[in-house]
Design a protein around this ligand. Structure first.
Ligand code: PGA
Length: 249
């Protein structure tokens, strides 16, 4: 049985006080269950998040990390630093990083390896644009993004990783993929991995992301190859996020 995972991606949002009330709401409202729940916060809030969530079942992570260990990389944050703040997971290859900051498959693969070397869990994001979907290239695009990392890190690395399918056209747009559309891509990704190692493929949690909310979560999570969600906007609202976590149960 795969572990359901619900991860909040706060993106570049929050203040010390909004983060405090969000964390308070999550601590009070979230019922412990079998779902692994985590929040991926902006770097400056990691200390606050770790203070608030230590000793609770909620875990936390970051939204990016450097591929380098340390040194002259102005503005970058290393995996070792994230480790010091108790991060368990790091989102990598989010489509916003790919589109806005020019991150390509090679770099994402390097970051994936750096995160795993430190014993943290990478959440690798893949997804197609609307043009690519309309051209019928969805599966080819996401498989290429996935295989760039498999080729570098090896299939065994995916025994300790999470994969997230996030169609770019569904992110922050209010336009969710239908459960059928999402399931089709999730199944294709799992099948691609199963060609190399069936047991790794069967054990891998594949999350769906893109306008997930309390109202559509249960239907999405009910699909056989959807093992949870990566939640942007709705993760900033404690009640909404908790309802999504409950849907994963
Ligand atoms: P959204 O973002 O839930 O706001 O669409 C998801 C994501 O980008 O991870």
């Amino acid at each position: 049985m795969r572990t359901p995972v619900v991860a909040g991606n706060w993106k570049m949002n929050g203040t010390r006080s909004s983060v405090a009330s969000l964390l308070q709401g999550l601590k009070q409202g979230l019922q412990p269950g079998r779902t692994e729940v985590l929040v991926c916060a902006p770097y400056p809030f990691l200390n606050q998040v770790s203070d608030a969530l230590s000793g609770t079942p909620i875990r936390w992570g970051a939204q990016n990390a450097s591929q380098h260990e340390s040194g002259a990389y102005t503005g970058e944050v290393s995996v070792a630093m994230l480790q010091e703040f108790g991060c368990s997971h790091v989102i990598l290859g989010h489509s916003e990083r790919r589109a806005l900051y020019g991150e390509q498959d090679d770099l994402v693969a390097d970051k994936f390896c750096a995160v795993q070397r430190a014993g943290l869990v990478p959440i690798l994001c893949v997804g197609e644009t609307l043009e690519q979907r309309d051209a019928g290239d969805t599966v080819a695009v996401v498989e290429e993004q996935l295989m760039a990392v498999v080729d570098r890190a090896g299939i065994a690395a995916f025994a300790d990783a999470v994969l997230a399918y996030e169609p770019v056209w569904a992110i922050g747009t209010g336009r969710t993929a239908t459960p059928e559309q999402a399931q089709e891509v999730h199944a294709a990704l799992r099948q691609r991995l199963a060609q190399i190692d069936e047991s790794v493929a069967n054990g891998l949690s594949i999350l769906y992301g893109g306008s997930v909310k309390a109202a559509n979560a249960a239907e999405l999570f009910g699909c056989p190859d959807i093992d949870g969600g990566l939640i942007g906007g709705a993760s900033l609202d404690a009640e909404e996020f908790i309802a999504i976590c409950q849907a994963a149960e």
